[in-house]
Design a protein around this ligand. Structure first.
Ligand code: AHR
Length: 316
């Protein structure tokens, strides 16, 4: 298998098209806080177009209230189904019940909610706890028993990836007394806050006292890399960096020796979601409650320069 075909299969490969009468689907997207989010939006639009689906897109600008409004608008319009990437985990029961009462199936993309299972058709997500655990285990192996003071950039407060990736990382480093998280703060999944919060970590701790950064996404890691450089330190060397997403800029940073590892989150949540939806609408096939996407670890052992080029070429 060539590198390009492997990446196509694992990263943003488009799933086989199912024949279907034209559907109208509402998609409530969180916003565009990260490169990964922008890629997910692009793939969802492409997948819908390829299948002849009329996609109504609503950008919530990071606000749950905007997502709830968008869902109510979709319900009033009588869409065939709703896709939603929920910005936070709680507060969805009422609007999901409204969708259910209107017989509109809802599919969650990339994040989970704290709501009864019967209120949505399925959730297409990675194992968010596992991603954090892989990051923690990677760092534990990398440090090989050496003492390491870790700083953590969390994702959006109250979002399922921020909660689960934090828990997972703590599981990954559990039992390694040489590893200690000394600072942990939200960077809201954005590059700019990743930089600002890392600056405050460096100031508070002193750069020489920080051994590693764990960021809940690559964008925050890339922002932090800038802060580390401006502090006169070498990211990836003086401070080890592991994050999640495997967006092109993270592969480039690893290729340049400025970052050490990232865990891939495919932006193609829409492919499996629309496959499940089309089967459900066509013949009532009920999908599993959780359609899990893969999580693959990339390190300096991979050909990150080549992967960067391929992913860039795929329109990430
Ligand atoms: O929910 C997935 C997370 O949200 C991605 O890791 C992050 O980049 C995004 O903003």
């Amino acid at each position: 298998m060539t590198l390009k075909s492997a990446l196509l299969a694992s990263a943003i490969a488009l799933t086989p098209m199912a024949a279907m009468a034209e559907l109208t689907i509402g998609f409530s997207q969180i916003g565009s806080e990260s490169g990964w989010r922008a890629a997910e939006t692009t793939v969802t639009k492409q997948e819908s177009e390829r299948r002849g689906i009329n996609l109504k897109f609503a950008d919530a600008q990071q606000k749950q209230e905007n997502q709830i409004k968008a869902l109510r608008t979709f319900i009033a319009q009588g869409v065939d189904a709703i896709l939603i990437a929920p910005v936070v985990a709680t507060g969805w029961d009422e609007v999901l019940e409204e969708a259910k009462d209107s017989d509109i199936p809802v599919i969650l993309l990339d994040r989970t909610v704290d709501a009864p299972d019967e209120l949505y058709l399925t959730a297409v997500t990675s194992d968010l706890v596992h991603e954090g655990k892989v990051a923690g285990e990677w760092l534990a192996t990398e440090m090989a028993g050496d003492d390491c003071r870790i700083v953590e950039l969390q994702g959006t407060t109250g979002s399922s990836p921020a909660i689960d990736r934090k828990n997972g990382f703590e599981q990954g480093i559990a039992g390694h007394d040489n590893l200690e998280i000394v600072r942990s703060q939200t960077g809201d999944f954005t590059r700019s806050l990743g930089k600002t919060v890392m600056e405050s970590f460096l100031k508070a701790e002193g750069g020489e006292n920080i051994c590693a950064l764990y960021a809940h996404n690559d964008d925050m890691a890339v922002g932090a890399i800038q802060a580390i450089k401006e502090a006169g330190l070498a990211p990836g060397v003086d401070i080890k960096i592991v994050a999640i997403d495997a967006v092109p800029d993270a592969h480039l940073a690893i290729a340049n020796g400025e970052m050490n590892a990232t865990i891939e989150l495919t932006p193609n949540m829409a492919g499996p979601a629309l496959d499940a939806l089309e089967a459900y609408l066509a013949n009532g096939a009920v999908p599993p409650k959780w359609i899990q996407t893969e999580s693959k670890l990339f390190t300096t052992a991979d050909d990150n320069a080549a992967i960067y080029e391929v992913k860039k070429g795929l329109g990430y």
